[in-house]
Design a protein around this ligand. Structure first.
Ligand SMILES: Nc1ncnc2c1ncn2[C@@H]1O[C@H](COP(=O)(O)OP(=O)(O)O)[C@@H](O)[C@H]1O
Ligand SMILES: [Mg+2]
Length: 304
């Protein structure tokens, strides 16, 4: 459906996208996972036709996407990272305005507005000004405004706010629409969101796609199978020296994460911890996460 080939985008001396290629197929829930400044919004803006690339090609259903050909973008919806609503207007007036921009009107538009408000539990607030809404309510409205014209491809640029209730409402709506055939590109710096939602994920940093695949395919790229976590502190400090050379050791938020080499035996690990008198309850072993993969690929954390 969407084909992106060798795309480069610069802002003066900054190369925001440095040779990005990827393909999104119909019905995919595609995740673009990367930290702030990775190039996610820039890529979204190129697909949405808000900017043109300096090099490379973008096509939607075989047709070149360009900033000067709005017809090529009729099947696209964009949920921008910063909320794009008219604060002085009510929820309903906002949707009517966005619908009119797409040429919708009359009974059809009214029905779509009713459906949109109900989908994000805002029916009883339809006549209230958007400036009286919480951040999460604005996020929800921002999302359905982009769906009114029933696009085949929806671009969601970090569409979740902070309140968990709105986040779940957004997740559930997107999941239902993807089941009904919508294709979504979803950017986020939260690995939990990419893990929960996305059928395929591209890991982006410094304008480059570092890895692309399903969650399982991505995690298979790690040279280790598990991750043992334990708290950083004076108790566990002596253990670090003994783990040197046995695998990768990273530290995040006061927690050490030990990723043993493939040939390392976990029994050896617990022999070490026992000989140091460290209780087993300090340690948790789990499947590695996308965060571990990101660290492995880039040497950075997603929140840097
Ligand atoms: N309008 C702009 N002018 C100059 N630099 C920009 C502009 N937009 C983004 N950048 C730079 O391009 C890089 C990628 O930014 P962006 O695409 O916003 O990343 P993300 O959405 O992943 O946080 C960053 O270094 C950012 O500072
Ligand atoms: Mg962004």
């Amino acid at each position: 459906m969407l084909l992106i080939q060798d795309v480069i985008k610069r802002y003066g001396p900054i190369t925001a996208l440095d040779g990005v290629s990827l393909e999104v197929k119909p019905g995919e829930f595609f995740g673009l996972l990367g930290p702030n400044g990775a190039g996610k919004s820039t890529l979204m803006s190129l697909v949405a036709g808000l900017r043109s690339p300096d090099a490379g090609r973008l096509t939607l259903n075989g047709r070149p996407l360009s900033a000067t050909d709005p017809a090529a973008r009729a099947g696209l919806g964009l949920v921008p990272q910063s909320i794009a609503l008219y604060e002085e207007l009510s929820a309903e007036q906002n949707l009517r305005t966005f619908g009119a921009l797409y040429g919708l009107r009359g009974a059809d538009l009214r029905a779509r507005i009713d459906e949109a408000l109900a989908a994000v539990q805002l029916t009883d607030r339809r006549r209230d000004q958007v400036k009286t809404f919480s951040g999460g309510m604005q996020r929800r409205l921002n999302l359905v405004a982009a769906l009114l014209h029933r696009p085949q491809l929806l671009l969601c640029d970090e569409p979740t706010g902070i309140d968990p209730q709105s986040r779940n409402a957004i997740f559930e709506l997107l999941e239902a629409r993807v089941r009904a055939g919508l294709t979504v590109i979803y950017s986020t710096h939260y690995m939990e969101e990419a893990t929960r939602l996305c059928s395929r994920i591209g890991i982006i940093d410094h304008g480059k796609i570092h890895a692309l695949g399903t969650l399982d395919e991505l995690l298979m790229r790690l040279p280790f199978e598990e991750e043992i976590r334990f708290p950083a502190g004076p108790d566990t400090a002596p253990l670090l020296a003994r783990l040197a050379g046995q695998g990768e050791l990273t530290t995040l938020d006061g927690t050490h994460r030990f990723h043993p080499r493939a040939d390392y035996r976990l029994s050896a690990f617990f022999t070490q911890t026992e000989s140091l008198g460290l209780p087993a309850r300090l340690f948790t072993s789990q499947r590695p996460t996308l965060e571990a993969l990101f660290l492995h690929l880039t040497g950075r954390t997603l929140r840097e």
